[in-house]
Structure formats: structure tokens, C-alpha cells
Design a binder for this molecule. Structure first.
Ligand SMILES: Nc1ncnc2c1ncn2[C@@H]1O[C@H](COP(=O)(O)OP(=O)(O)OP(=O)(O)O)[C@@H](O)[C@H]1O
Length: 267
């Protein structure tokens, strides 16, 4: 199996030198392999976002190394990582420009990692590609390409954001609770689209969720964090057969604590 991302002995603290100093990641090791679709789950403050932010480069880690396809990116700023690392956030308004049309947003996404010229606009050949891509979402958006993206519903917008994040195939796709702000039915629709895109494009992806059932249902590998440590890391058949009570039991056994997350959705 080919490693896509390697995190070696990562340390990250916040508010160093104050009474609030918080050592969140304490020597975390994680290797993400090509084709992995990892779901990440854990209690409040377990370090899920800190882990994802470390990968995206939202801040510098204090110690350790991050390699992307063998290349050291530990000190690379977010903008430089964005060429290879796609991200979809919880808030549907992030990652798209509200006043631009659907096709203009897609055109911007197509330029990810390339020098952005002054001339914008959408070319005819691009329009064709966008139409085909949008069709795959099954939401009829291919007939509304000139509509401002800000006018879409949260679910439609997340679906387009997902498409934008995968238009230029990322080496790694980060999904930061990207369905948490949606109602259950829409969340399910966006998750199913996520699975479809990940499978069809052979993407390597990592998804934070608060929903245990979703963490088990989606992806090939499940990681549970507790106090900045990986306490459960299971994949393949073992993951497929897993039930929520077994997962809670594993968490309890490996972390020595009970889950503390009020927001965790058990089913
Ligand atoms: N920028 C920051 N400044 C100070 N403290 C931070 C910052 N980001 C995160 N923390 C702290 O780090 C700890 C881990 O937070 P993190 O957001 O990674 O947890 P999480 O697992 O994503 O939790 P949740 O599910 O509640 O979002 C928390 O105690 C949080 O308060």
C-alpha cells in the first residue's frame, strides 16, 4: 500500500506559556494510504479538528514531520498545500464565492494550484465539463449554471463544494464535518454523493463526523481519537462488521475513559 500522507510524532499545543496551555497532539503518528476513506470520530476536544488543521496547514505544528507522497510539507503554508489537499467545511458558505455563479465557482476551482490570470470568465469547453460534472450530482444544477451560488440551499451548495474540491483531483480530500449543518435527509444525500465521488474518482479522503453510525457506514477505515491520541484504528472487514456498542466498548477499553461528547449521535 502506498502512503499518501505520513504524520510522524506530531505535537501541537495552544496558548503556550499561559495558564490555558493545552497540549492537544502529543506525538501523533498516522499514515494514510492511497484509496483510504477514513472516518474520524471522538469526543469534544479530542483533537479531530486540530489533526485536520495540521494536515491542511492552518497552523504550524510544534514538532514532528508531515509528508505528502514522501515530500516534506511540514513548513508549507496552506495556500501551497491547497493544490494537493482539497477541503470541504461544515459551513456551506465556506469554500465558494456567494456572488459568483455556479459555473464561475467551478472555473475558479479548476484553476486551483495554477496561477490565476486576470481574465476570468468561463470558456465553452469548460462549460461542457461542468455540465457533465453537475449532472452526476443528480440535482438538476446542470440547467442552472448561471445562477448565483449564494441562492442555493445548504445541501445543494455542499454538493457543489464537494465537486469543486475534487474537480482538480486532490491527493487528499479533507471533509470537516461537511454535513453537520444539514438536516438529516440532506446530510444523507450529501454523504451518498461523497461516497460516489470518492469511489468514482479513486480519491483518498478523511472525514470528521459526530455520527457513529455514519462513521461505521462510510469509508474503509475508522479512527477514534481521545485526548489527541488514536485509540481505535480499524479497517476492512473488521470495520464493516462493527456495531456501535462494540465501537464504544473498544473506545472504553483502549482509552480507559468513557466518551464525553454530548453531540455524539449514536444512531
Ligand atoms: N486555535 C486554538 N486556540 C486555542 N485552543 C484551541 C484552538 N484550536 C483548538 N483548541 C483547543 O484544542 C482542543 C482540541 O480541539 P479540537 O477542535 O481539535 O477538538 P475536536 O475533537 O475537533 O472537538 P469538537 O468535536 O468539540 O469540535 C480543545 O481543547 C480546543 O479548545
Amino acid at each position: 500500500m502506498k502512503p499518501v500522507l505520513e504524520m510522524k510524532q506530531i505535537h501541537k499545543s495552544f496558548e503556550i506559556g499561559t495558564v490555558n496551555e493545552n497540549h492537544v497532539l502529543k506525538g501523533l503518528d498516522l499514515t494514510i494510504y492511497e484509496g483510504d476513506f477514513i472516518t474520524i470520530i471522538g469526543g469534544n476536544g479530542a483533537g479531530k479538528s486540530t489533526l485536520m488543521n495540521s494536515i491542511a496547514g492552518s497552523f504550524a505544528v510544534d514538532e514532528g514531520e508531515i509528508l505528502l507522497e514522501g515530500k516534506n510539507i511540514t513548513k508549507l503554508p496552506t495556500v501551497k498545500r491547497a493544490k494537493d489537499i482539497g477541503r470541504v467545511f461544515q459551513d456551506p458558505r465556506m469554500g465558494t464565492a456567494s456572488r459568483l455563479t455556479i459555473e464561475e465557482n467551478l472555473a475558479v476551482a479548476l484553476k486551483r494550484g495554477k496561477k490565476r490570470g486576470l481574465t476570468s470568465g468561463v470558456k465553452d469547453d469548460q462549460r461542457k465539463i461542468f455540465k457533465e460534472s453537475l449532472k452526476r450530482l443528480g440535482l438538476g444544477l446542470e440547467d442552472r449554471m448561471k445562477m448565483e451560488i449564494g441562492l442555493l440551499s445548504g445541501g445543494q451548495r455542499q454538493a457543489v463544494t464537494l465537486l469543486m474540491a475534487s474537480l482538480v483531483t486532490p491527493k487528499l480530500l479533507l471533509l470537516d464535518e461537511h454535513t453537520a449543518a444539514l438536516d438529516p435527509k440532506t446530510s444523507q444525500m450529501v454523504l451518498d454523493l461523497t461516497e460516489k465521488i470518492v469511489q468514482e474518482e479513486n480519491l483518498t479522503a478523511m472525514m470528521i463526523t459526530h455520527n457513529m453510525e455514519q462513521a461505521i457506514q462510510y469509508g474503509n477505515r475508522l479512527i477514534m481519537l481521545s485526548e489527541g491520541n488514536i485509540v481505535v484504528d480499524i479497517s476492512g472487514e473488521e470495520k464493516e462488521q462493527l456495531t456501535i456498542p462494540e465501537l464504544l466498548e473498544l473506545f472504553h477499553k483502549n482509552s480507559g475513559t468513557m466518551l464525553n461528547d454530548d453531540a455524539l449521535i449514536l444512531s
